[in-house]
Design a protein around this ligand. Sequence first.
Ligand code: UDP
Length: 333
Amino acid sequence: MSVLVVGGAGYIGSHTVRLLIREGYDVWVYDNLVAGHRKAVPDGRLIEGELSDHRRLTEVMNDRQVTTVVHFAAFALVGESVADPAKYYQNNVVATHSLLAAMRAADVRRIVFSSTTATYGIPQNVPIREVEDQRPINPYGFTKLVIEQMLRDYQRAYGLRYAALRYFNAAGAAADGTIGEDHQPESHLIPIVLQVALGQRESVTVFGNDYPTPDGTCIRDYVHVDDLATAHLAAMRKLDADAAATVEPIEVNLGTGRGHSVQQVLDACRRVSGHEIPSEVGSRRAGDPPELVADPSLARQVLGWQPRYLKLEEIVETAWNWHRTHPHGYADA
Ligand code: UDP
């Protein structure tokens, strides 16, 4: 089976690509390398191109006889989406519209889509179940929600089959230490904390310690990137198994069901790295809900998916292994 992984040179995409190749799929990565890394893609698998290049995408799908698209290509920074929403609506919504048009033109009927906990906004109930209202509080979350709705409408009208996977906080790196997280500039908690451990930053700022949580810092559900990859494989298999478009949509949360505060992340990074890691408390970051933890039971039920990494320290160990051996990310690969 031939799979086109759009955005496959990025963090979660590259881990999924490795897994799909190991599982025997014929995998092609389509990426413009704006945020992705050439070195994250196995040799001979990369096709450089723009998501908005409808004709090129159609050609690629036809030439490679693609049967399934896995779609990771998106901008995903909440703060940036508030400052520059046009960038997000263009790159996430308009470009996905173009991708879906290319899929229709090439008669590709299955897509696994990277959605997000940000579609829930500030949830009424935690742990979050999929029945929770989706009321995003920032443009990033809205763009992902619009795409989910496009997929629902396209399934009904055109027989597209999709899985929308709502990630919680992706973390960690491949167990063999060869690929990992490398964002320029970095904004995510665990890589920033580990960069402090490496002496690349002086300290980490904790964004608020006056939240209504036990230690006052925000709680998130950190899920290992290889577990996210496994969920994509399970979703692809499910889409293949139930080819008819009349079956229930697949829209599931991907998290461990365990929440950890920023303070707990810091402590875990200190234990794993053996470094002191200076920190200071700063003001809250706009758009941060106090607590986001998944109820992952629907993913277990629908996809048979269960994360293998349940302990935060084990997730941090894989991240530390990557950052320690690649202090400058892919520049050291
Ligand atoms: N965070 C922090 N300091 C940082 C980066 C992040 O305190 O330098 C907090 C952030 O406010 C949130 C959590 O760490 O509560 C996870 O943030 P991240 O940006 O990694 O992921 P997000 O939850 O935004 O997807």
